[in-house]
Ligand binder design. Structure first.
Ligand SMILES: NC(=O)C1=CN([C@@H]2O[C@H](COP(=O)(O)OP(=O)(O)OC[C@H]3O[C@@H](n4cnc5c(N)ncnc54)[C@H](OP(=O)(O)O)[C@@H]3O)[C@@H](O)[C@H]2O)C=CC1
Ligand SMILES: CC(=O)C(=O)O
Ligand SMILES: [Mg+2]
Length: 761
């Protein structure tokens, strides 16, 4: 059963990429942004003195009002002292900051929980407890992270007693919940019974102890569970390296080493360190062994090593680049989401068990279409290589918090009820941030069907970096167009290693395909004033023409360009070689990802002042693009006016476009003309214009002209803090994307991936 292969989608990242990722732009992974305007004297008077005194007094009178007037109810602190950073050991509070920032970002990304990291520089449990306790009023929950055993047990226990908000040591309970969920399913697949299955857990620290406590509370017989640490088996009577938490699980057994304990065992839980499980030990385990090698970043044994020894194992690791990722990221965002939503005073056993069962149940459900995208387009089926959902599974946000909230209410620790669980589940789904899932879907599809993408400006440093990243991320082959010696020299100077499989360098002037490309270009341009020699010169000297010919004639699947030439010139170069798809119009669309909301804006690249017919075409092209991206389009034809008011000649053009769409009987929702606030605020739309045909806020905005499209997307990006991807070219017969002149390597890879995605199957 063991899969020797890494997940095709596995993000293969180099050390340099990891450093660059953290250093690029604003260093680190988080920033804080206000939720209220702070623009006028009045805003200042309300937000600060004197207005702020009013909520201050209200909270002093009734502390529960803090949930109404402050961030407390949605704010979790991720707190560490860095004594057990992943499996890297005690590297100190400061060194733990990247992990803690990462956990805070995951809270936001996966469950819309606001979170801040706090690194506390002490190894003294009392000092740590005191510090966290005093911070209590600031937060709705405390997520303790990467604190080593046994101090973590004392710290968590004491803080739970001292604080009336959830205190949760993620490495203990988060890990235990996820491991248990995976185990429930692995047991079912291998036909085992909890009451008789034999489990050996290597690692008797925070994660190990919590895991065996949870599995025992679920029904494992204590005599069938053996705990090991650096000194071997934790047996009754052992004195070396013991503490009360290990003693509580000391087994009555003759086994003294991990190897002894694993002989004939059904299950291995690794919560220890890289390489702790040997092939010989795996060999000695029972038939269909269940091996969860959960140490991070490197597991106790790799799936490849297990697959060399036996093929009947169910294998899981803590990493995202193998199937079956058993990692607490599947738990803490959603567990806190549910706990915060009912203002739970704690996260208790029933809530943990409910989370584990909900997670296990999710993996058994059929995967619907929109979810299959999160699985590299591969519809996973419950079985040895799919015992647990992946972190990008969009169902997690509604399934897990609902189970946790319900358990909190039923067990009497909720501060407020949930009256309508269906509605709650819908609200949870709406919290899902579509940013990553949109790009993730694109990347995953391309990884499944890798593409040859030509990077036209191969001599540029950021383009070379993008090409390396493209290959490292298993998106396909990267072809850099440039003079080989210049490319190599520039790569050397920039410290970019191009000597890897999957990267090719092609010098346009020396290519054997030149004559064919020149003929192709000549055929297209001969009636537009071009001689054959003009075309030959363009193919030899101009990388955009050469690269576009590669794609046009099937020597590459997709193309990306743009860092050396302005957008419209690059587009003109490409358009000489590649036509619009038959029956289509080439338009530019931008994807704006704004605070959990995605809107697609068009035409941000091609038509300067479209007429009504062209506006209707733009709407159709963009609706098609929206569908390919997985959104059901609701198209607003935008103007400065709404349904005729105020009247004006420019709005008439938009009204006319709507009539054209009516005549064409298109199969998507559209309406207009309307102003942007009406398009985006469905309540306003319903109140003032109940006849409007859009069933929800618009997610496709067709702008009346290029200038408004370009200005609005750039303002969204600069002032609105939105991520804008694009303009992307749609409607071309071959996939080509153009980045902006100032594009960074990550922008270029995104565009290359989008081009490759559009290259299709
Ligand atoms: N996949 C996931 O979601 C998670 C994975 N983990 C991983 O679990 C591991 C432990 O983390 P945590 O419990 O927080 O750390 P702790 O420091 O609390 O505990 C570490 C435990 O591992 C034992 N140990 C270390 N090296 C070995 C070894 N070579 N053989 C046997 N036992 C060993 C230690 O033994 P001793 O007591 O003798 O010192 C100790 O009991 C890390 O690798 C971490 O990345 C943790 C949380 C979540
Ligand atoms: C995943 C995690 O929390 C750890 O390895 O420590
Ligand atoms: Mg951790």
């Amino acid at each position: 059963m063991a899969s020797r292969d890494r997940n095709e989608s596995g993000p293969q990242v180099s050390a340099q990429e990891a450093l660059d990722f953290h250093a690029t732009g604003r260093p680190g992974k988080l920033e804080i942004s206000p939720t209220k305007p702070m623009a006028t004297q009045r805003d200042l008077s309300l937000a600060y003195s004197p207005g702020v005194a009013v909520p201050v007094k209200a909270i002093a009178e009734d502390p529960s009002r803090a949930y109404d007037y402050t961030t407390r109810g949605n704010m979790v602190a991720v707190i560490s002292n860095g004594t057990a950073i992943l499996g890297l050991g005690n590297l100190g509070a400061l060194a733990s900051k990247p992990v803690m920032e990462g956990k805070a970002v995951l809270f936001k990304r996966f469950a819309d929980v606001d979170s801040i990291d706090l690194e506390v520089e002490t190894e003294d449990a009392d000092e740590f407890i005191n510090c966290v306790k005093l911070l209590g009023p600031s937060f709705g929950g405390i997520n303790l992270e990467d604190i080593k055993a046994p101090e973590c047990f004392i710290i968590e226990q004491r803080l739970r007693e001292l604080m009336n908000i959830p205190v949760f040591h993620d490495d203990q309970h988060g890990t235990a919940i996820i491991a248990t969920a995976g185990l429930i399913n692995a047991l079912e697949i291998t036909g085992r019974d909890m009451k008789t299955a034999k489990l050996v857990c290597n690692g008797a620290g925070a994660a190990g102890i919590a895991c065996i406590e949870l599995v025992k509370s679920l029904g494992f017989a204590p005599e069938n569970v053996i705990l090991c640490d650096t000194k071997g088996v934790v047996y009754q009577g052992r004195t070396e390296g013991m503490n009360q938490w290990k003693s509580a699980h000391a087994a009555k057994t003759d086994a003294r080493s991990l190897a002894d304990a694993l002989d004939g065992a059904d299950i291995f839980f690794g919560l220890s360190a890289k390489g702790a499980l040997t092939p010989a030990m795996v060999k000695s385990m029972a038939k269909n062994p269940i091996i969860f090698a959960m140490a991070n970043p490197d597991p106790e044994i790799t799936p490849e090593e297990v697959a060399e020894i036996r093929t009947d194992a169910i294998m899981a690791t803590g990493r995202s680049d193998y199937p079956n990722q058993v990692n607490n990221v599947l738990g803490f965002p959603y567990i806190f989401r549910g706990a915060l939503d009912v203002r739970a005073t704690t996260i208790n056993e029933p809530m943990k068990i409910a989370a584990a069962r909900a997670l296990a149940a999710l993996a058994r459900e059929d995967v619907p279409d929109d979810v299959a995208a999160a699985y590299q387009g591969n519809r996973p089926k419950f079985g040895p290589n799919y015992i647990i959902p992946v972190p990008f599974d969009p169902r997690l946000i509604s399934a897990i918090p609902v189970a946790v909230a319900r358990a909190a209410i039923d067990s009497g620790v909720a501060g407020r009820p949930i009256l309508d669980f269906d509605r709650y589940a819908q609200e949870l789904s709406a919290r899902r941030d579509p940013i990553a899932s949109t790009l993730q879907r694109i990347y995953d599809r391309v990884r499944r069907q890798p593409k040859r993408t030509v990077f036209a400006e191969g001599e540029e440093e950021q383009v070379m970096r993008a090409a390396v990243s493209y290959v490292n991320q298993k998106l396909g082959t990267a072809i850099l167009v440039g003079r080989e010696e210049v490319v190599r020299e520039n790569a050397r100077n920039a410290g970019v290693d191009l000597n890897k499989q999957g990267i090719e360098v092609i010098n346009a002037r020396l290519s054997r395909r030149n004559a064919i490309y020149a003929d192709h270009l000549y055929e297209k341009m001969q009636r537009k004033g071009f001689l054959l020699r003009d075309c030959q010169r363009l193919i030899n000297n101009d990388r955009n023409h050469f690269a576009a010919c590669m794609v046009a004639l099937g020597d590459a699947d997709a193309m990306v360009t743009g860092v050396t030439r302005n957008y419209s010139t690059a587009l003109e170069d490409v358009r000489r070689v590649i036509d619009a798809k038959p029956g289509h119009r080439v338009v530019g669309v931008s994807l704006a990802l704004c605070r959990g909301r995605t809107v697609i804006v068009a035409d941000t690249a091609v038509h300067d002042m479209p007429n009504a017919e062209e506006l209707a075409d733009i709407a159709e092209e963009t609706a098609g693009f929206a569908r390919r991206m997985g959104y059901e389009p609701r198209v607003a034809m935008l103007a400065y006016s709404t349904f005729g008011h105020p009247a004006g000649e420019r709005s008439e053009r938009v009204q006319e476009a709507v009539k054209i769409l009516d005549k064409r009987r298109v199969d998507f929702e559209y309406d207009g003309e309307m102003a942007a606030d009406v398009a985006l605020d469905h309540r306003l739309m319903q109140q003032r214009y109940p006849f409007c045909r859009l069933s929800g806020p618009a997610n496709v905005l067709v702008m009346p002209a290029f200038h408004s499209a370009s200005i609005s997307t750039k303002m969204l990006q600069e002032l609105g803090g939105c991520t804008v991807i694009g303009p992307m070219i749609v409607g071309l017969n071959k996939p080509v994307q153009i980045v902006g002149l100032s594009a960074k390597d990550s922008d270029i890879v995104n565009m290359a991936a989008i081009a490759a995605y559009n290259a299709g199957a």
